[in-house]
Design a protein around this ligand. Structure first.
Ligand code: ATP
Ligand code: MG
Length: 259
């Protein structure tokens, strides 16, 4: 068993399709390259995309963990995780949506606790539907990447969510603006976005990280940041993401974190 607790990072948004799953996988790839043991927990319980994106067989899911925990049958998180490669493992969302409904959010903290000394980094992909499950993920993370896009309705919802974070003294999050998803027209500048959400943008995934044939990689179960060609062609984007990945796992004192 490792001595140090894993860093727990959740990836969150108010709107669907902003790039949460892709970013989760890209970060997993970067931590893998650093030699870190990574567990990806797919808390997008109704429409989880992690196992399918990685072509990983789902033998057991989060539903089985929670079901076994509630019936005192749970022994080891390794009994439920599926391996993608030597460093990256996945705790998949249930394949059957009826099982997703049976996952009680009060178990999320126990689920994370069962893995915390077995991995270096735990990445939690969430659903944009703000549910007790997503909130439990945020509450039990060291840091949250709050992903936003150039969409007015999304940005207004983000502003409301940030004010809830302020009211509840939540400070351990970073606003990530994803400009890489499509090559469409820019409606708002970074300056406009900051004004709409009334918060700084902590990190931007630049338009230059747009991957034209992304579907090919998904069909092959490939992680973009583990692909040599992409690492070469998108070197500066991958380097930038690596800096973000490093900043998320560095040990800070409580006062540096603003706690
Ligand atoms: N850098 C990129 N280049 C090209 N396409 C991208 C890029 N990042 C994400 N996409 C595409 O954008 C779409 C949405 O991305 P993704 O599934 O990661 O978002 P999500 O926030 O997880 O969505 P959901 O809320 O449905 O779970 C996907 O089709 C994905 O392949
Ligand atoms: Mg997703």
């Amino acid at each position: 068993m490792k001595k140090e607790a894993a860093k727990v990072i959740s990836i969150f948004s108010c709107k669907g399709g902003v790039g949460k799953t892709t970013t989760t996988l890209n970060l997993a790839g970067i931590y893998d390259l650093m030699g870190k043991k990574v567990l990806i927990i797919d808390l997008d319980l109704n429409s989880g995309g992690i196992a399918v994106s990685l072509n990983v067989d789902v033998k057991k899911s989060i539903y089985n963990v929670v079901d076994d925990m509630s019936n005192n049958r749970f022994k080891d998180i390794y009994d439920y995780t599926s391996k993608y490669n030597d460093n990256i493992s996945v705790l998949p969302a249930p394949v059957d949506p009826r099982e997703a409904l049976k996952v009680d959010s009060s178990y999320i903290k126990f689920l994370i606790a069962s893995a915390i000394y077995k991995y270096d980094v735990i990445l939690i992909d969430t659903s944009h539907n703000i549910s007790p499950i997503s909130l439990a993920a945020l509450d039990n993370s060291d840091n949250t990447l709050f992903m936003v896009t150039n969409d007015l309705v999304d940005l207004k919802n983000v502003r409301s969510m940030i004010s809830i974070f302020n009211d509840t003294d939540k400070t351990n999050y970073k606003i990530v603006f994803n400009a890489s998803k499509d090559t469409g027209k820019d409606y708002f500048s970074l300056f406009d976005i900051k004004n709409i959400i009334k918060h700084n943008i902590d990190y931007t995934i630049d338009r230059s990280f747009y991957i034209k044939n992304i579907d090919k990689y998904i069909i092959d179960g490939e992680i973009l940041t583990l692909n040599k060609k992409i690492r070469l062609q998108k070197k500066s984007d991958v380097n930038k993401l690596t800096k973000l990945a490093n900043s998320l796992i560095e040990n800070k004192t409580k006062s540096e974190r603003g706690a």
